[in-house]
Design a protein around this ligand. Structure first.
Ligand SMILES: [Zn+2]
Length: 384
């Protein structure tokens, strides 16, 4: 069981190549294409959502028109109901008046007088029935009016129900509109970011093209290599700088060795005083800046140098956190990269200078490779 586990680890270790962080110009070109496509997609989505908002707005306007129409219809029905009610009152008063006119009163009754004033029986019956007919006629009208009121009330009720339904629909559409607008705002919020990415990678592509890089070139490895370290490459360094015939210099102006390389010490320790400027030992490109490579969190700068096409690393550890250079920056032996400090596992201000070399050129090589090839810094740097 345990053996199989180890075997799996071994297989995985073999499958993972040692140098994995090489960047080709094509990767940056692809990034430009990717973010450009992303931007286009976002813009299309925004345009589509804006159209959707317009459509919802049109629907809301339509529903508002329907609501207004329903309100008008309801008002008209109310007026009609009111009119019918008045009509009923009028008819009922008319009936009352007829009854009053023909009302039977003691001795003096106009109705009876009128009825008995008939000359024939037929005439009398006719006269008697006129009153009934008149009131029956009014009753009929009142009945019809009551029916009309009932119908109008029902119409009004269904209109009110419809109005409520339309209001609910309008509310739903309003929240739908809000949702789409929020979605648009959300996407629009990320547009500057995407545009920024396009800008960034476009600039990178333009920069490396200006350095002669082609699509399949590995940046810093097959194109845009740091300047080679040559015997004359130290240039006009500060007076007092110790320069070797190979072009490498001692990183501190003055200073003394407090601990040599060997017996478990992977570099040389140099002392001169806190805050002393630290120079790059030769022209090169900054590979790493920070305090996370070391488990003791010492601030350090890592520089790669191109020595006749051979990769050489230099490391400057325990420096103060205010490091003066950034990753990718080209430096020369006159550049102050940092100041002597005591960060990380250190008992006082000193510079730990460490070096490693590789057997080919690879700016993008891994730190894991670097630490396997530690060398005595005095292989390159002149000894004070
Ligand atoms: Zn040391």
């Amino acid at each position: 069981m345990k053996r199989r586990f180890i075997l799996i680890i071994l297989i995985i270790a073999i499958l993972i190549p040692e140098t994995t962080n090489a960047t080709t110009l094509k990767e940056y070109e692809d990034a430009v294409a990717k973010y450009t496509a992303e931007l286009k997609e976002k813009e299309a989505k925004i345009a589509k959502s804006k159209e959707e908002v317009e459509e919802v707005k049109r629907n809301i306007a339509k529903i508002e028109g329907q609501i207004a129409q329903a309100e008008t219809d309801i008002k008209n029905l109310e007026a009609e109901i009111e009119k019918s009610n008045q009509e009923i009152v009028k008819k009922s008063e008319e009936s009352k008046k007829i009854m009053e006119y023909y009302q039977i009163e003691d001795g003096d009754n106009a109705y009876l007088e009128y009825a008995f004033g008939a000359e024939t029986i037929t005439d009398m019956i006719y006269r008697l029935s006129i009153v009934e007919q008149l009131t029956a006629y009014n009753d009929q009208i009142m009945k019809e009016l009551t029916q009309l009121i009932e119908q109008n009330k029902q119409k009004k009720q269904s209109l009110e129900a419809k109005k409520t339904e339309l209001s609910t629909l309008r509310k739903k559409l309003e929240s739908e509109k809000e949702r789409i607008i929020e979605e648009i705002n959300g996407i629009e919020g990320t547009v500057p970011d995407t545009k920024g990415q396009i800008e960034l990678y476009k600039n990178r592509v333009a920069y490396y093209k200006s350095k002669g890089c082609k699509s399949n070139d590995i940046i810093g490895v097959t194109c845009d290599k740091p300047k080679q370290v040559e015997s004359n490459s130290s240039g006009n360094v500060t007076p007092g700088a110790l320069i070797g015939p190979n072009g490498f210099r001692f990183p501190i102006d003055g200073g003394r060795i407090s601990w040599n390389y060997g017996n478990g010490h992977k570099g040389v320790d140099i002392v001169k005083g806190c805050g002393t400027p630290v120079h790059a030992i030769a022209p090169g490109r900054v590979y790493y800046v920070g305090n996370t490579l070391d488990i003791y969190h010492a601030y350090m700068v890592l520089i790669v140098h191109n020595v006749n096409g051979r990769l050489v690393f230099s490391q400057y550890a325990h420096v103060q956190p205010n490091i003066q250079v950034s990753v990718g920056q080209d430096v020369d032996s006159n550049t102050i990269i940092a100041y002597m400090g005591s960060t990380g596992n250190s008992s006082g201000c000193h510079l730990h200078l460490e070096m490693a070399n590789d057997y080919g050129w690879g700016y993008n090589t891994k730190y894991e490779i670097y630490i396997k090839h530690i060398i005595n810094p005095f292989t390159y740097v002149p000894r004070p």
